[in-house]
Design a protein around this ligand. Structure first.
Ligand SMILES: [Ca+2]
Length: 363
C-alpha cells in the first residue's frame, strides 16, 4: 500500500526463499550512519521530527542490511499464477478450519470490530487468514533491518522505503516501542494484518482501549484495525463483495479491467453479462476476470470488492479473501457454501488481473 498497505506474503514462495537462504547463508552488514545518504536521512529526521542525530545514528548503526532481503525484493515474480493455482493456496481446508477456530476463540473481539466498522467478522478473518494464516506467518525480520536495507541499499524503491522507515521511526516513538524489537516481513509489513508503518499510523486502532495499538499480540487491535482500514477505503455495510457471472455471449470488448469501479450493475447487464444481485442498476461494479486452465472465470465485484483491493491491489487477492470469508462463514454456521464460480468462458477476451503483489508494491 503506497500510502497503504501490506501484502499477502507469498507463503509458499517465501518458504522456498527462506530455505534457500539457510542453505546459502546470505550475508548481512551493518548500516553505516556516517554514509552520506544515511547521514542525510538522519539530518532530515532531526529537522522534520526532532530526532536526536546522535541517538538515531546509534540506532541505525544497529540495523543490518541483509542480502536475503535484497534478493527477496528483487526476485522477479516467477510467473503469474492462474486463479486455479492461486486460490487453493489460500482457500484450503486448514485455513478454513483455523478461521472457524479463531472465530470461536476471539468472537468478542471480532464482533466488536464488526460493530465499529460495519465490516463482517468473516471478511476481517479472511484478510488475516490470507495475510498471515491468523498470525502463524507474520515474518521474522526485524522491521528496522528490512526497512533500512530497502531504504539505503535498494535504489529502485528507496524513495518508498525511506518514507516507510521515516514513518516507522515516528511510529515506534509514538507507540513507545523499542525500534529494534518489532518483526515483520522482508518488506517491513507488520503484525497479523501486515500493515506497513504508514498504514499503521493512519489506520491502526486500539480496539480494547488499553492505550496501545498492538498488531502483533492484541487481537482486538488487529481486528479493529483491519475493519477500520476497509471502512476508510469504502466498505459499505451489508452489501455483497462479489457474485459469479455468466459471460457467455456477453460483449466484453474494450471493457476496462483495471482495479476500478468503472462499470455499474446496469452497464454490465447491458453488455449481456448475467449475474444475480439485489443491488440497483446504478450500483458501482467491475468485471473480475480470473484466468484458469482452459479459460476465464468471470465474476462481478461491487464496492466492497474494490475496498478489499485497496488492501492489496490484486483481483485474485480480493477474490481469495472473499472466498475464504464465505467458506469460514458457511462452516461455522453449518450453511452450504454459496457457489463462487459461474460457468467458464473458454476464450479469454479480457486479461486476468492480479498475481503476487510485490509486497508493498504500489498499493
Ligand atoms: Ca490495544
Amino acid at each position: 500500500m503506497l500510502t497503504l498497505v501490506i501484502c499477502a506474503m507469498p507463503v509458499v514462495l517465501s518458504g522456498c526463499a527462506d530455505a534457500l537462504a539457510q542453505a546459502t547463508g546470505p550475508s548481512s552488514r551493518p548500516i553505516d550512519p556516517a554514509r552520506a545518504d544515511v547521514a542525510a536521512f538522519i539530518a532530515d529526521m532531526n529537522q522534520k521530527h526532532g530526532f536526536s542525530v546522535e541517538a538515531l545514528g546509534h540506532l541505525l548503526g544497529q540495523a543490518e542490511s541483509k542480502e536475503f532481503i535484497l534478493q527477496a525484493i528483487a526476485k522477479p515474480a516467477e510467473r503469474t499464477l492462474r486463479w486455479d493455482e492461486y486460490r487453493p493456496r489460500f482457500v484450503l481446508e486448514r485455513r478454513i478450519d483455523r478461521g472457524v477456530e479463531v472465530y470461536g476463540q476471539r468472537q468478542v473481539e471480532l464482533e466488536c470490530a464488526q460493530a465499529a466498522s460495519g465490516v463482517p467478522a468473516d471478511i476481517i478473518l479472511g484478510i488475516v487468514g490470507v495475510e498471515t494464516f491468523y498470525g502463524e506467518n507474520i515474518g521474522k525480520h526485524r522491521v528496522l533491518d528490512a526497512l533500512s536495507t530497502l531504504a539505503f541499499d535498494y535504489p529502485p524503491r528507496q524513495e518508498f522505503f525511506r518514507k516507510e522507515l521515516e514513518q516507522y521511526l515516528v511510529m515506534t516513538r509514538e507507540e513507545s516501542l523499542d525500534a529494534l524489537q518489532p518483526v515483520g516481513s522482508y518488506a517491513g509489513a507488520m503484525g497479523l494484518p501486515q500493515f506497513m508503518p504508514s498504514s499503521f499510523r493512519a489506520y491502526a486502532i486500539d480496539g480494547d482501549a488499553d492505550g496501545k495499538r498492538d498488531l502483533w499480540n492484541d487481537w482486538a487491535d488487529v481486528f479493529s484495525s483491519v475493519g477500520n482500514y476497509l471502512k476508510v477505503h469504502g466498505w459499505r455495510g451489508d452489501e455483497p463483495v462479489m457474485v459469479p457471472a455468466d459471460a457467455n455471449n456477453a460483449r466484453l470488448d474494450g471493457i476496462d479491467t483495471k482495479l476500478a469501479l468503472t462499470e455499474t450493475v446496469g452497464s454490465l447487464r447491458a453488455r449481456g453479462l448475467r449475474f444475480e444481485t439485489d443491488l440497483p442498476a446504478s450500483a458501482p461494479a467491475m468485471l473480475v476476470a480470473l484466468g484458469v486452465a482452459g479459460g476465464t472465470e468471470y465474476r462481478v465485484g461491487f464496492s466492497n470488492f474494490y475496498a478489499i483491493t485497496r488492501y492489496n491491489r490484486s483481483q485474485m487477492y480480493a477474490s481469495a479473501v472473499s472466498d475464504l470469508a464465505d467458506a469460514i462463514a458457511a462452516r461455522r454456521t453449518g450453511q452450504p457454501r454459496p457457489p463462487a464460480a459461474g460457468p467458464l468462458l473458454p476464450s479469454t477476451p479480457a486479461p486476468s488481473a492480479g498475481g503476487w503483489s510485490t509486497t508493498t508494491s504500489g498499493r
